[in-house]
Design a protein around this ligand. Structure first.
Ligand SMILES: [Fe+2]
Length: 377
């Protein structure tokens, strides 16, 4: 058996854990750049708690709160320059996946001279220390070494595309998990982020780089999320705070565990495909991946028949049900589905094959076309 496992994030979980464990923040530096979106971190209380903890420690802070959904290279340069010009010596990212991913990139750009053209694939050997506070339960960015950004300049035809900056330096030192920040999340955000976490764990089991430890974590994350499925299906749309707090906690921890999975394995085909509806239609990231799950898993099950590398039975065991029943539940969370125009299906089916290279069964271009058509046709 081969293993190469790194997960250097210290995870603190619990109500008010940020303030209770604020001495950890004191280790990071004298002045923080707090990186957030414009609203959500304030509304849920995480921003106020971060300020309170820093001030109790006697640490200075400045704010960058212009992170948008699917943050662009332009935005993270702005944040990195702010950290540099303000003399910040650490970064505190606070919010959903977008602010956390932006915080990671800012930590790199604050201390490296990297041009916009070089950002994706640049070599660097330092980054500011980082602490992350997730306020949604899905991305798992707090336990990964990835910053997923929108590249506005790098593609050949200048259409924006999702690309990543990867480095072990992007693992935060600390992740503070307080489910209280997620308790007001509405139905769409709760469900779409839960689907994101679920797809991380499911895809993690279906990646070439899956190993014993990543599978162990993935199975557990899947079981935890499936245990929340009935509550997700019955989400009290008019009153999000009626969603059980215990399930909020479970989803938050499961999303961090699923982050640990993809930190080892990367993601498989659905994440590569999901970027297209997200970039072109603005479809929420988790939902976009979920749209492909039924067709992708059916294709995997078909292709692995007769192979020695059969992974769907272990996945079904983790789900606690046959795939068909899982597909029915997922459909209830996703309905109504988006439909793509024929021209979109044809264009998207030309997805670069290198994006599909991490899946345990290598898809052909026609397989990708089939999954797009079955999912969005
Ligand atoms: Fe994701």
């Amino acid at each position: 058996m081969k293993l190469n496992y790194l997960m250097p994030v210290r995870i603190l979980m619990g109500e008010n854990c940020l303030f209770a464990e604020r001495q950890l923040l004191a280790q990071l530096g004298k002045k923080a750049l707090i990186v957030t979106g414009s609203n959500s971190a304030r509304i849920c209380g995480a921003y106020n708690d971060a300020v309170k903890a820093l001030e109790a420690n006697g640490q200075l802070h400045v704010l960058y709160d212009k992170v948008m959904a699917n943050p662009t290279d332009i935005c993270v340069y702005e944040a990195g320059i702010k950290a540099k010009t303000e003399g910040c010596d650490f970064i505190l990212g606070c919010g959903g996946g977008s602010p956390m991913d932006a915080a990671k990139a800012a930590a790199v750009l604050a201390v490296n001279d990297i041009s916009k053209e070089e950002l994706f694939g640049a070599a660097f050997d330092r980054a500011l220390p980082l602490a992350l506070i997730p306020t949604t339960a899905g991305t798992g960015s707090e336990t990964t070494p990835y910053s997923i950004l929108t590249d506005t300049t790098g593609s050949a035809d200048k259409t924006p595309m999702k690309r990543s900056v990867n480095s072990p330096l992007l693992f935060p030192r600390f992740a503070f998990l307080d489910a209280g920040y997620t308790k007001r999340l509405n139905r769409n955000t709760t469900i779409n982020t839960a689907i994101d976490a679920l797809t991380h764990a499911v895809e993690g089991m279906l990646c070439l780089r899956a190993n014993y430890l990543s599978d162990m974590l993935a199975k557990d994350a899947i079981t935890m999320i499936m245990d929340c499925m009935e509550d997700l299906l019955a989400f009290p749309a008019e009153n999000p705070t009626a969603f059980p707090v215990k399930k909020r906690e479970k989803l938050l921890l499961a999303s961090s565990i699923a982050g640990m999975v993809i930190a080892q394995t990367g993601t498989a085909l659905p994440h590569s495909m999901g970027y297209l509806p997200t970039i072109n239609w603005g479809t929420d990231h988790g939902r976009a991946n979920g749209l492909f799950m039924k067709s992708f898993l059916s294709w995997c099950r078909e292709k692995e028949q007769g192979s020695t590398d059969r992974r769907i039975p272990a996945l079904a065991a983790a789900l606690g049900m046959e795939p068909e029943r899982f597909f029915d539940m997922l459909e209830l969370l996703l309905e109504p589905r988006e439909k793509a125009a024929e021209t979109e299906l044809q264009a998207w089916s030309k997805l670069p094959m290198k994006n599909a290279a991490n899946t345990y069964i290598k898809p052909e271009q026609e397989d990708i076309a089939r999954i797009f058509r079955e999912s969005l046709g």
